[in-house]
Every structure is written in C-alpha cells, then in structure tokens.
Write a protein that binds this ligand. Structure first.
Ligand code: PXL
Length: 278
C-alpha cells in the first residue's frame, strides 16, 4: 500500500484540510499519515475561531519518523499556520523526499484576491519559496498572484492572463504548475496547468455549478494526490479531481439541507472510487 504524509491543520468543524484529506485519500486505498499543524475550532470563515498552534510538535514527530526509517510515496501540504511552519515543512521535504516521492503543494492561503485572516504578503513570499521544492503546485488565482506579487485579475481571468501567471509560477521551480478554479470561454470551470519540462500547457473544464464554498480546493488537491498514488499520470489525476470536485459541489447545490461552509464530499466518495476504477 502506498503511504503519504499530509501536512495541514485540523479544523474541528468545517470540512477542510485534514478532515477532508484523511477520509478522501484513505478511501482511495492509500495510507494517510498526518502532521496536524494547528487545531482550530472551525475554519477561518467563522468569527471567533480558536487556534492551538502545534508547531512545536512538528520537529519531534519528524525526528521520530526519521529514526524509525519510515518512507513515503508522497508529501501533500495544505494550509500552514505560520512562517516558522513553512521552514519546518521544507525540512520534512528534505528529510523524506527520496527516489519517487512526489511533493504536492496546495499553498492554501487566499481566495477572491484576499489572504485568509492572519496571513500577510511576506507569508505569501515564503510560501512561494517553499514551492521551489515541490513537483506539483496547486494554487488558485488569488494564491498564484499573491505568491508572484502580481495584481489580482479576478476569478474570470482570461486564458492569456492565466498562462502568463503559469509561466511565472513555473520559474519558482516545480515541474507542474496548476491554477485551480479557472473559467473557460465556453462557460466551463476547472484547471489550467503548465509542464515546464515539455513546455506544454494543459487544461480541463467541467460544468460550472453556481455555488462556491470553502474546502473545495482541499477536496481537489486530496483527490488529485489519491489518484496519483493509484498510478494515474498528473493530467489524469487532476481530471479525476476536477470531476469529483464538480460532483461534490453539485451534490451540495442540490441538497436542501446543505451547509454554507463546506461541500458534501462524503456523498460522492463512491463516484470518486468509480473514477479510479475501485
Ligand atoms: O480550505 C482551506 C482552509 C484550510 N484551513 C483553514 C482555513 C481554510 C480556508 O479558509 O480557514 C483553517
């Protein structure tokens, strides 16, 4: 069985970060070890959330795992709570990256052109330098612009603007730069990427459901990581993730009992398993 590390927070209520990554990637038949970076009562969309910083536990866990000689097929990072954590995550990459270990980074820190509470431009710059150690980076348009110090062009940025951002992202160092949540001229919605080795752009769109929610980036990145660990190539893994995320959003949109803070990712796990032939 493949084994990965996912490094992100635990938002106790909110269906994001580890409470999404752990069930999705485990359901895909992959051992999902975790580094919880912080425990929050909810994700940061809610007012008055608690925040227990777990940075001090990160180095001792890494040292113990190193001593035990554990090996990992992928390291997938999401929301990180502080600049210090970014440096520690860089050490995780250096310690556990071996032949064949894929590093997937979702620099989760912004949406709609704005950083989440508690982050500043310096944090975005540090996240950009961490991206140099990744194989695949999955920012949304806001995160891409903040990491590059570029003006935010809006969610409906045109294809040429997105391609320009991708070329700049690729200079950070990862082989695959992928901007999530891009809109296409035909009204579909999905991802646009660039492979800096083949110098090729790629894209994929699904039906655009008129519903936006927290946590969809985490659903997408988790499913993509799980598909990669099931032997799918990068493009097909991202496509699985896009189809699954679209189904989760649609399921939520049609649910009369929906919550407004997250998507019904649980309900579509059987569909996800079909997409990966399980
Ligand atoms: O879904 C990204 C995310 C992860 N973790 C926390 C968040 C968010 C988005 O708001 O607040 C704590």
């Amino acid at each position: 069985m493949k084994r990965i590390i996912s490094i992100q927070d635990v938002s106790c209520l909110g269906k994001c970060s580890l409470t999404v990554a752990l069930p999705i990637i485990s359901a895909m038949g992959v051992e999902t070890t975790i580094i919880p970076t912080a425990v929050l009562s909810t994700h940061t969309m809610f007012q008055g959330f608690t925040f227990r910083d777990l940075t001090d536990d990160m180095d001792p866990i890494k040292d113990h795992w190193k001593k035990e000689g554990f090996k990992f097929d992928a390291i997938y990072t999401g929301y990180l709570g502080s600049e210090r954590q970014i440096n520690i995550v860089a050490d995780y990459f250096d310690t556990f990256k071996s032949e064949g270990t894929v590093i997937v980074m979702d620099p989760a820190m912004a949406d709609n052109g704005k950083l989440y509470p508690g982050f500043d431009n310096n944090f975005a710059k540090n996240m950009a330098s961490l991206c140099s150690k990744a194989d695949i980076i999955l920012p949304n348009i806001s995160e891409a612009c903040l990491m590059l110090g570029e003006a935010y062009p809006g969610e409906d940025a045109d294809e040429e603007t997105v391609k320009g951002l991708l070329l700049k992202l690729s200079e950070l160092g990862a082989r695959y730069s992928v901007i999530t949540g891009t809109e296409f001229a035909d009204g579909t919605f999905g991802f646009t990427g660039y492979d800096k080795e083949t110098k090729e752009f790629f894209k994929y769109g699904t039906k655009k459901v008129p519903w936006k929610s927290h946590g969809t980036g985490d659903v997408f990145a988790s499913a993509a990581t799980g598909a990669l660990m099931n032997g799918f190539n990068v493009y097909d893994s991202l496509k699985v993730a896009a189809d699954y995320t679209c189904a989760c959003i649609n399921n939520t949109y049609e649910d009369p009992d929906k919550v407004d803070y997250a998507v019904n990712f649980e309900a579509e796990i059987p569909y996800l398993l079909k997409l990966i032939n399980k």
